[in-house]
Ligand binder design. Structure first.
Ligand code: GDP
Ligand code: MG
Length: 678
C-alpha cells in the first residue's frame, strides 16, 4: 500500500485553546479514519488497552503521544498536544517534531489567548498549518469575524478555501472555493458526504470569495497569474498545487470550517491535511552537530544514517517504559543497537511499536519520517538524540523554559526517602520542565515546574503511580534579578585571601536587555598576545557569578556583558585570579546598575457570566492585577489581566467560589517584571 511511502505520511498536531473542540475533532478523525481502515492494518494479538486514565475522555481512547490513522492511502500521525497552559512546553516540543499543524478555532470566539502563544511558537519552528473554524453551529458563530481575528490577533495570512453554508442552527455544510461545490454530511454520524451544486443564495458570496482566493494565489504562481490575467478558467489541480506550495512556504494559511460535534466538515479537513500539509520530505533536512561540533544535515531519507529524537518518555502499565521517537533519517530495526548521543551510551531497541487509537502494532523497522514508540532502551530522556553508532549526530534539543514555581517535599515515612528521590528522578526523565534538587541550606527536597497545576500533578503521580506519600510545603515563586541601567565597571584583584598576592584586571560594559532574551556574553577586548586561558577564565567568572545575584541569590537574567578590557601580570596572574576578578566585577555591576528583584507575571483570562464579572475584576485588583482588556461576549464576559504569579496561588478554587462554578480561566506566563512594593 502506498501509505508506506514517505510522501504519503503526515505528522501533524492539533492545536487549540481549551474548549475549542480538539477532543471532539480528534474523536471524529479517528472514527472516520477507523471506518475506512478498520481491518487490514491491525494484525495484532496485542492487548487492546487503555492509556493513562486522565487521557480518556468520553469513552474513546486517544493515545497520549502519537496515534496513527489512515486516510486515502496516506498515513496520518496525530501527535497529541496538551490543552492546559501549564504544559505549553509540551506543545513546543510537539511542534519541534511534527511537520504540519491544524489550528482549531471556536467560531464564536475566534482567536483566543492560548492560540496566540502556540501560533507564535509554530512561527518559530516554521510549521505550515491549516485553520479549522469549528463550532459553526453554535450561537454567535461567525466565520468572517474569526478570519478577521486571525489577521488582527495573529498577524497571519489567512486564506479561506471554504465558506460555511449558514451558521448557528442553520449551519448546513460547507462550500469549497476550489471545486465550487457544496458538501453535506449525511448518515448517522456524518460518515457519508454528498456533493451538490452551490445553493442559489450562496452563489454571490462564493464567487466573490473565490475571486479573492485566485487573486491571492496568482501572486504565488506564474502560470496561475497568466491564466488569471487572460481571464481563463483555472484548473483545480493548479489551484491545489499552488495552495500547497504557498502553505508550505508559510505565505498563506488555508482556512476551513465545520462543526465537529454535529459531524460536518471533518472529512474535508482530512482531505486538506493530505493535499496541503507537508510530508517529512517537504520539511528541510534536520541539522545537528557531529563529533567535533561541526554542523551536519540529515535528509528524510532511509538511505541516510539513522537519527531520531526522543520527544516523550512515558510509563505504560503493561510494557513499561516507552520512548516516543521521531525518526529523522535512515532506519531503526527491532533488536538493533544505536547510540544515545546525549548520554553517549549504546542502547538496544527491543521492540518498536506503532500506536493506533485503540491498539498497537509491533513493527520490525521504522524509517525516516516515522513516529514510533520504542521499548527497552536502557537510557532515555525527553529531548535526547538516538543515532547510528558509526555516524553520530546530536540533534538540537528542545529548549525548555525555566521553572517559575517551587515546592518543598518530604516523604511521610522517612524510610521512603530513597523511593521518593528515585520516583522524582523517574518523573524528571519524562518531563524536562520538572526540576528536582536538594536545597543545600535546609536539606529539603525541592520540585520546581511550570505552574501550580504542574506540581499538583507531580504530587498526584508520586502517590498514585509510585506509591510514595509525601508532605509538601506551599508553592513558592521563583524570582530572578537584573539591573535597571547600563554601567561600566572595573575590578582589579591584587590579593587572594588576606595575604596571597596575585593580579587580574577586568573591565565590563553591562547593559540590560529585553526580558526573555537571555544573556549575551562577549569579549570585544582584542589582544593577540593576551593569554587565551585568562580570557576564557574571565568569561567563566562572569557566567558563574550570574547564577546567583546580590539581592537574595536568585539567578540574574537578560544582560549584555561585554568584556572590554583585561590586564595581566606575567608573574602573578592565575586562572583563579581572573575567575574571581570577573565575578567581583559582575557583582559591582549589579550594585551600580541598581539590580532589582523580578517576579513572574502571568496573563489571566477569565470568562464569567455578566453578574459575576464585577466580583471577578474586584478580586483581580486585590491580587495586584492590571486589567488589560474586557470583552462583552454573548453568553459570558471576558476579562484579561496581568497578575504576579505570587498572587495567583489557589486561584482555581477562588474563581470557582466567586462565580459559583460558572467561570473559567486560563493563565499563561507573560514575562518577568520588577517586584512592586508590597
Ligand atoms: P477541547 O478542550 O479543545 O478538547 O474541546 P472539546 O472537544 O472537549 O469540546 C469542548 C466542548 O465543546 C464540549 O462540550 C464539546 O461537546 C463542544 N463542542 C466541540 N465541538 C463542537 C462543535 O462543533 N459544535 C458544538 N455545538 N459544540 C462543540
Ligand atoms: Mg480536550
Amino acid at each position: 500500500m502506498n501509505s508506506h511511502a514517505i510522501e504519503h505520511l503526515r505528522n501533524i498536531g492539533i492545536m487549540a485553546h481549551i474548549d475549542a473542540g480538539k477532543t471532539t475533532t480528534t474523536e471524529r478523525i479517528l472514527y472516520y479514519t477507523g471506518l475506512t481502515h478498520k481491518i487490514g492494518e491491525v494484525h495484532d494479538g496485542n492487548t487492546i488497552m487503555d492509556w493513562m486514565d486522565q487521557e480518556q475522555e468520553r469513552g474513546i481512547t486517544i493515545t497520549s503521544a502519537a496515534t496513527s490513522c489512515y486516510w486515502h492511502d496516506h498515513r496520518i500521525n496525530i501527535i497529541d498536544t496538551p490543552g492546559h497552559v501549564d504544559f505549553t512546553v509540551e506543545v513546543e516540543r510537539c511542534l519541534r517534531i511534527l511537520d504540519g499543524a491544524i489550528f482549531l478555532l471556536d467560531a464564536k470566539e475566534g482567536v483566543e489567548a492560548q492560540t496566540k502563544v502556540v501560533w507564535h511558537q509554530a512561527d518559530h519552528y516554521k510549521v505550515p498549518r491549516l485553520i479549522f473554524v469549528n463550532k459553526m453551529d453554535v450561537i454567535g458563530a461567525d466565520f468572517s469575524r474569526s478570519v478577521t481575528t486571525i489577521k488582527e490577533e495573529l498577524g497571519g495570512n489567512p486564506l479561506p478555501i471554504q465558506i460555511p453554508m449558514g451558521s448557528e442552527k442553520e449551519f448546513e455544510g460547507v462550500i469549497s472555493l476550489v471545486t465550487m461545490k457544496a458538501y453535506y454530511n449525511t448518515g448517522k454520524l456524518g460518515e457519508e458526504i454528498q456533493m451538490d451544486d452551490i445553493p442559489q443564495i450562496f452563489i454571490d458570496e462564493a464567487t466573490d470569495r473565490r475571486k479573492h482566493l485566485i487573486e491571492v494565489l496568482a501572486d504565488e504562481n506564474d502560470d496561475l497569474m497568466m491564466l488569471y490575467l487572460e481571464g481563463e478558467d483555472i484548473p483545480e489541480d493548479l489551484l491545489n498545487e499552488t495552495i500547497r506550495t504557498a502553505t508550505l512556504a508559510g505565505n498563506i494559511t488555508p482556512v476551513l470550517c465545520g462543526s465537529a460535534f454535529t459531524n460536518k466538515g471533518v472529512q474535508l479537513l482530512l482531505d486538506a491535511v493530505i493535499a496541503y500539509l507537508p510530508s517529512p520530505v517537504d520539511s528541510p533536512p534536520i541539522t545537528g552537530q557531529g563529533h567535533n561540533g561541526e554542523e551536519i544535515h540529515r535528509k528524510a531519507d532511509k538511505t541516510e544514517p539513522f537519527s531520531g529524537l526522543i520527544f516523550k518518555v512515558m510509563t505504560d502499565p503493561y510494557v513499561g517504559r516507552l520512548a516516543f521517537l521521531r525518526v529523522y533519517s535512515g532506519t531503526i530495526k527491532t533488536g538493533s543497537s544505536v547510540l544515545n548521543v546525549s548520554k553517549n551510551k549504546k542502547v538496544r531497541a527491543s521492540k518498536i511499536l506503532q500506536m493506533h487509537a485503540n491498539n498497537r502494532t509491533e513493527i520490525d523497522i521504522a524509517v525516516a519520517g516515522d513516529i514510533v514508540a520504542i521499548i527497552g532502551l536502557k537510557f532515555m530522556g525527553t529531548g535526547q538524540t538516538l543515532a547510528d553508532i558509526n555516524h553520530p549526530i546530536h540533534l538540537e534539543s528542545i529548549e525548555f523554559p525555566e521553572p517559575v514555581i517551587s515546592r518543598a517535599l518530604e516523604a511521610k515515612k522517612p524510610s521512603e526517602y530513597d523511593k521518593m528521590r528515585a520516583s522524582l528522578a523517574h518523573l524528571a526523565e519524562e518531563d524536562p520542565t520538572l526540576v528536582t534538587y536538594i536545597n543545600e541550606e535546609t536539606g529539603q527536597t525541592i520540585i520546581s515546574g511550570m505552574g501550580e497545576l504542574h506540581l499538583e500533578i507531580v504530587l498526584d503521580r508520586l502517590e498514585k503511580e509510585f506509591g510514595v506519600a509525601v508532605n509538601s510545603g506551599k508553592p513558592h515563586v521563583t524570582y530572578k534579578e537584573s539591573i535597571t541601567k547600563a554601567v561600566t565597571v572595573e575590578y582589579k584583584l591584587t590579593h587572594l585571601g588576606a595575604t596571597q598576592a596575585t593580579y587580574a584586571y577586568v573591565k565590563l560594559n553591562v547593559t540590560p536587555k529585553e526580558r526573555g532574551t537571555g544573556h549575551t556574553i562577549r569579549t570585544t577586548f582584542d589582544s593577540k598576545k593576551f593569554p587565551k586561558e585568562f580570557i576564557h577564565c574571565a568569561e567563566e567568572g562572569v557566567k558563574q557569578s550570574l547564577l546567583s545575584g546580590i539581592i537574595s541569590g536568585y539567578e540574574v537574567i537578560d544582560l549584555d556583558i561585554d568584556i572590554c578590557d583585561l590586564d595581566y601580570d606575567e608573574e602573578q596572574s592565575t586562572d583563579i585570579a581572573f575567575i574571581t576578578a570577573a565575578a567581583y566585577a559582575v557583582t559591582e555591576a549589579l550594585k551600580q546598575g541598581d539590580s532589582k528583584l523580578l517576579e513572574p507575571i502571568f496573563t489571566v483570562n477569565v470568562h464569567a457570566p455578566e453578574n459575576y464579572i464585577g466580583d471577578v475584576m474586584e478580586d483581580l485588583k486585590k491580587r495586584k492585577g492590571h486589567i488589560t482588556a474586557m470583552e462583552l461576549l454573548p453568553k459570558s464576559h471576558k476579562v484579561i489581566a496581568t497578575v504576579p504569579l505570587s498572587n495567583l496561588f489557589g486561584y482555581a478554587t477562588d474563581i470557582r467560589s466567586i462565580t459559583r462554578g460558572n467561570g473559567h480561566y486560563t493563565i499563561l506566563f507573560s514575562h518577568y517584571d520588577v517586584v512592586a512594593d508590597k
